[in-house]
Design a protein around this ligand. Structure first.
Ligand SMILES: NC(=O)c1ccc[n+]([C@@H]2O[C@H](COP(=O)([O-])OP(=O)(O)OC[C@H]3O[C@@H](n4cnc5c(N)ncnc54)[C@H](O)[C@@H]3O)[C@@H](O)[C@H]2O)c1
Length: 240
């Protein structure tokens, strides 16, 4: 690895976890570039951290290459953006299923395709895909589209890890459960929140900074031997 300042592209940067990741990477001496559809959240992030951001809709897959055209070399890609729907199988519409997959999974594939060649040329790269504990448990409160898209994120991670391990590029996934964010504070009913809080052995929800800490570890120079791994962050809900 050379000593030039690394650049990290972080999707879902205006969200709770994305913001924490940007802040932590900046503290680590890495230059984060934030991507989100939330222009207000991105402006706040720019003011707060003084970082570059790009406002774009990851649901518009065809528009992604031109939206990211101005971004130069990217050493670290954090595919973190996500949407959560609660529909279980019988109620799942195909249109919501497709939208969930486009944002949660397909955008990660497209963005990886754009930046992997540069990582391979430079013989160094880190890709982190945000999966979820839902992928491992079938979704406690999460719906089927979310759960299936987060399972597929693990398959994408394994595929990238296998194909590019010999090129200095690692790919890992993080599978958190119940991180304090609007996904927990707004999208769960008070009863669901209380039930999950009772069930989590650690006795609390995860903090976004804890997920950012795992990202920081996985992108660090000495983590180059870790690839194709799924890091669980579920407070003891499941051991494996
Ligand atoms: N919060 C949790 O409990 C939890 C648990 C497991 C996994 N995750 C995953 O972590 C990631 C971050 O979630 P979070 O908790 O910070 O939630 P969040 O809702 O705060 O952040 C998600 C971000 O993604 C952005 N986004 C959504 N659709 C987009 C689109 N079409 N184009 C561009 N940006 C879009 C949102 O604007 C938002 O800023 C997600 O992938 C989520 O599935 C979260």
């Amino acid at each position: 690895m050379n000593d030039a300042r690394k650049v990290a592209l972080v999707t879902g940067a205006a969200g709770a976890i994305g913001r924490s990741i940007c802040r932590r990477l900046l503290d680590d001496g890495i230059e984060p570039i934030g991507i989100d559809i939330d222009s207000v959240g991105l402006s706040e992030l720019e003011k707060l951290l003084g970082i570059k951001t790009i406002c774009t809709d990851l649901d518009n897959l065809d528009g992604l290459p031109s939206a990211l055209d101005a971004v130069g070399a990217v050493d670290i890609l954090i595919n973190n953006a996500g949407v959560l729907h609660g529909e279980k199988i019988i109620d799942q519409s195909l249109s919501d299923w497709d939208q969930t997959f486009r944002v949660n999974l397909d955008s990660a594939l497209i963005i990886s395709k754009i930046f992997l060649p540069g990582m391979i040329d430079r013989k160094w790269g880190r890709i982190i895909n945000m999966s979820s504990y839902a992928a491992k448990c079938g979704g406690l409160t999460a719906g089927v589209a979310y759960t299936a898209s987060k399972s597929a994120m693990i398959g994408l991670t394994f595929s990238v890890a296998r194909e590019f391990a010999g090129h200095g590029v690692t790919a890992n996934a993080i599978a958190p459960a119940y991180v304090m964010s609007p996904m927990v504070s707004e999208q769960l009913t008070p009863e669901e929140r209380e039930n999950q809080l009772q069930a989590i052995p650690v006795g609390r929800f995860c903090e976004p900074e804890e997920v950012a800490h795992t990202v920081s570890f996985l992108v660090s120079p000495l983590a180059g031997f870790i690839t194709g791994e799924v890091i669980d962050m579920n407070g003891g809900l499941q051991f494996d």
